[in-house]
Design a protein around this ligand. Structure first.
Ligand code: BMA
Length: 317
């Protein structure tokens, strides 16, 4: 089998950035499929000889749903025009309110999907697929109100671990990252505080981004942070390193952001000034990382970095 290559561009010669943007951004336009108002905050994973993804599509009725997609190169995507057709464990879970901001994580033998699920308010929905053909809905992991549920890619001390961010029912003006643990993906407890909003770009609230990446030094976590300006929220993202065995312990956390909304497609759209990462493709042998992020709640963009660049950045700050 030929080796799968993740999307990649070297850092431009004149750049000193730790994270740099893809020259083809935005890689997914808002109107890639005819039913879409916007396609953003979405998750891609390696699948067979290419990539598969779960996409946040806000349709032209402005309903927020999850759609399936495939790609051979990680840049050009074929996204289903209709939302994922879930199989439900119970009729009570099937009522549609909204489903958005998916993350996808391979654990053991299947892809788990976590998202913000409308169930009498936002909470963390979970599901899984093995083949991207049938999609199985699981019980909500937590009670409302919660957002930004992100699974670790393996059990830690025999527990599945889920980062999450307790919130309110609206445009929450606060928010710290916690984690919850489970023996079976159904029952969640042993909740721990991980880290809170601090200052500057992450002074209002923070939330986990892509599935954490395991490195020798700890779990590498990209997360978004929000600043409240006189013009509204500004979403940037940065990085932290969590302890491998007790991932609620923060080993390092970068003070500056890694990427903030500065390009036109990040500053202009349905919600201006948003960069919001939901997935990271990682090549262990090269350390390359390709981050998919939603821009201005409208389009999907790519940015690049390496494990080493981010670990060096975290050591410096
Ligand atoms: C958050 C979520 C994200 C969105 C962001 C900016 O609360 O709804 O989906 O990208 O706000 O609007």
């Amino acid at each position: 089998m030929t080796k799968l290559h993740i999307p990649w561009e070297d850092r431009p010669a004149d750049s000193t950035e730790v994270v740099w943007r893809c020259s083809r951004n935005p890689v997914i336009p808002r109107n890639l499929i005819p039913t879409a108002n916007s396609i953003f905050n979405s998750a891609a994973v390696p699948f067979q000889n290419g990539f598969a993804g779960v996409f946040r599509v806000d349709n032209r009725k402005r309903e927020m749903s999850l759609h399936r997609g495939f790609s051979t190169d990680g840049y050009s995507w074929q996204i289903d025009h209709d939302p994922i057709n879930w199989s439900f464990p119970s009729q009570e879970l099937s009522a549609f309110s909204y489903r958005y901001d998916p993350r996808v994580t391979w654990i053991e033998d299947r892809y788990y999907i976590s998202w913000c699920n409308g169930y009498h308010g936002p909470t963390i929905g979970l599901g899984w697929t093995a083949d991207f053909q049938t999609f199985h809905f699981l019980e909500n992991a937590l009670l409302p109100f919660n957002r930004n549920g992100v699974l670790f890619p393996r059990r830690i001390k025999n527990r599945y671990v889920l980062l999450n961010r307790p919130s309110d029912n609206g445009h929450t003006p606060f928010g710290d990252i916690f984690l919850s643990q489970s023996p079976d993906m159904i029952h969640w407890g042993e909740h721990r505080f991980v880290m809170g909003a601090t200052r500057g770009w992450e002074s209002t609230k923070i939330g986990a981004g892509p599935t954490p990446i395991e490195t020798k030094e700890g779990w590498l976590l990209f997360y978004h942070g929000v600043l409240t300006s006189c013009n509204g929220f500004v979403y940037s993202f940065g990085a932290a390193l969590l302890d491998l065995d007790e991932p609620w312990k923060v080993i390092a956390r970068g003070e500056p952001y890694l990427l903030s909304p500065q390009e036109n497609y990040e500053c202009v759209g349905d919600v201006p000034n948003v960069v919001f990462p939901c997935s990271a493709l990682h090549e262990p042998d090269t350390g390359r990382i390709a981050l998919y992020y939603g821009a201005a709640d409208t389009v999907t963009a790519l940015a690049f970095t390496t494990e080493q660049f981010v670990l060096d950045f975290l050591r410096e700050y």
